[in-house]
Design a protein. Structure first.
Length: 537
């Protein structure tokens, strides 16, 4: 079971500012936001970092094409990132930009350490470089001469560069992954990296000379540090590595939310880094394990605790691409159907384990079945009956006189009382779909309970007043549990359920997500539909 007193530092990739964000980026960010919200709701100390990757050839190229400077271009796109995260209510604690001066200084310090530890050397460089990936390939990596991800012909680059002695780290990385099976999850991804390590690592170029949009090497300024070995350092520069007493972004208006809790007198890097979890897509797992950990170990810094790499979205069976015109924009989905509808689809149907296909028909089916007919209908009919038969006032807790109904109530009590532990266990294992499955098992059982106990029939029989109270009280307890149960996953619905029940959800989850929290005499508000059904489109 997760230790709720232990901090957790959750990061997303820093997205490139060459373009606006799409559903793929929103997916990683919503996974991170959900996990952050969940642990905060449990009272666990959380620090959630996101940001933007602004250096490199790819951004330079996009800025030039737009007729502007890389910095001006980045400023414009970053403001769109902010707008999107705000509109989706993503509650990051820190937003870092790789052009932040404190970050650039940290990157230079890491490189000085690599030099001092004899992990760098200069050599002639001839390589195949994919600008879209900002990554080197060898002939054997290519598929029919093209980048395996972007299917484009890589550039041939010849220059004298600094190399990182990646080959030295092969055994260290293998041993680390074998000794800490959870350091890369899920397991197939870990095996993928182990497989590549068994083939051995080649040293890799980590500076460039024919290009200047990046962090200069401190001792040879004509060299610019490779964009990946620059950007990855954000995860520690954001914490003020090596020895700042406060988070550097605390000085930036609006880029640090100030909701995190680094204990007084402790350096943020020392407090958060040992509990770091990087969330990434599978395309950049190589960079986040092999490259990043080698860079860290080479500089004398411990690698992160864990990397979770999710799969890939396609759209209606096709690769998502501007050329095909099938790019899913998260803001459009949230605007049309609500941000909870977007979150729900991403969490239930998204590529958490394997790859996933975004299908509009599946979106509508799941939304109608689970949100409109499931959760929405349960809350609506429970509160309608409470108003109709009890003036909206909670009856006292009582058992059913009818023993069969009492069996149904006991089953719901057990389910509610077991829910918090199940959620903790599943979120700790990055199983957000499984966590929601447990919540919706409760919704399904409660809807079944309404059908079976039929309070609308009990209300017609004055002799069955006790059973009517038992039924309505049970439904209020379930409503209370659901307001807490969906808090991290469907934050807007949680707030609306709480408002309708006349409760707040500020108590910590382990204390509040259990049976017996409804007070007799508590007044509920009028129900309002939580999710309107989507009719045929
Ligand atoms: O790689 N399905 O940034 P990026 C699922 N700047 N996830 C997807 C996706 C898809 N179709 N498309 C994108 C970079 N993603 C670097 C990171 S970190 C120090 C530097 C998500 O803008 C997924 O998380 O290309 C993927 O890893 C990330 O966006 C790539 O974002």
């Amino acid at each position: 079971m997760a230790d709720l007193s232990k901090p957790i530092y959750i990061t997303t990739p820093l997205y490139y500012v060459n373009d606006e964000l799409h559903i793929g980026h929103a997916t990683t960010t919503l996974y991170a936001d959900t996990i952050a919200r969940f642990w905060r709701a449990c009272g666990r100390p959380v620090l959630f970092l996101t940001g933007s990757d602004e250096h490199g050839q790819k951004i330079h190229k996009a800025a030039t094409a737009a007729g502007t400077t890389p910095r001006g271009f980045a400023d414009r796109i970053v403001s769109k990132f902010f707008e999107l995260w705000e509109s989706l209510d993503v509650q990051f604690d820190i937003f870092i930009r790789t052009t932040d001066p404190f970050h650039e200084a940290a990157v230079q310090k890491v490189f000085e350490r690599l030099r001092d530890n004899d992990k760098l050397y200069k050599s002639a460089y001839k390589a195949l470089y994919c600008v879209e990936c900002e990554t080197n390939y060898t002939d054997k990596d290519l598929l029919e001469g093209k980048c395996p991800i972007h299917k484009t012909t890589p550039q041939v680059i010849e220059e004298e560069n600094y190399f990182l002695k990646l080959s030295e780290f092969t055994d260290t990385l293998k041993q680390r992954i074998e000794a800490h099976p959870d350091c890369i999850v899920p397991e197939p991804r870990r095996n993928e990296i182990l497989g590549k390590l068994r083939e051995g690592l080649n040293d890799t170029s980590v500076t460039r000379v024919q290009f200047d949009w990046g962090v200069p090497l401190p001792w040879e300024k004509q060299h610019v540090i490779w964009v990946w070995t620059d950007a990855l350092v954000n995860y520690i520069s954001a914490l003020g590595w090596p020895d700042a007493n406060t988070l550097p972004t605390d000085a930036f208006d609006g880029r640090s939310r100030g909701a995190h809790h680094t204990p007084k007198g402790v350096k943020p890097f020392e407090y958060w880094w040992p509990e770091s979890v990087h969330l990434v897509g599978k395309d950049i797992l190589w960079h986040h394990s092999v490259i990043w950990w080698s860079e860290l170990i080479g500089a004398g810094i411990a690698p992160p605790k864990q990397v979770f790499a999710h799969g890939w979205w396609t759209v209606e069976g096709d690769k998502m691409s501007k050329t095909l015109g099938n790019v899913i924009r998260p803001g459009d989905i949230a605007g049309k159907y609500s941000r909870d509808a977007l979150r729900y689809h991403v969490l239930r149907e998204g590529p958490q384990r394997g790859d996933s296909d975004w299908r509009q028909a599946a979106f509508v089916t799941r939304y109608n079945a689970d949100l409109a007919n499931g959760l929405g209908n349960l809350m609506n009919r429970s509160l309608n009956m409470l108003h109709k038969y009890k003036g909206g006032v909670a009856p006292p807790e009582t058992a059913f006189a009818d023993t069969r109904f009492e069996g149904l109530r006991q089953s719901l009590i057990a389910r509610v009382n077991g829910l918090c532990d199940t959620l903790i266990q599943r979120v700790a294992g990055f199983d957000l779909d499984g966590a929601l499955e447990a919540v919706f098992d409760l919704v399904r059982e409660a809807n079944q309970f309404v059908n079976e106990t039929a309070p609308f029939k009990l209300a017609k029989d004055p002799a069955r007043g006790q059973d009517l109270d038992a039924s309505l009280h049970t439904l209020l307890e379930v409503g209370h549990a659901l307001a807490y149960g969906v808090k991290a996953f469907l934050p807007d619905a949680s707030g609306r359920i709480a408002a309708q029940l006349g409760i707040d959800t500020s108590t910590s989850l382990p204390q509040a997500l259990k049976w017996g929290r409804v007070k007799a005499g508590q007044q509920a508000n009028q129900p309002e539909p939580l999710f309107a059904r989507i009719e045929a489109e």
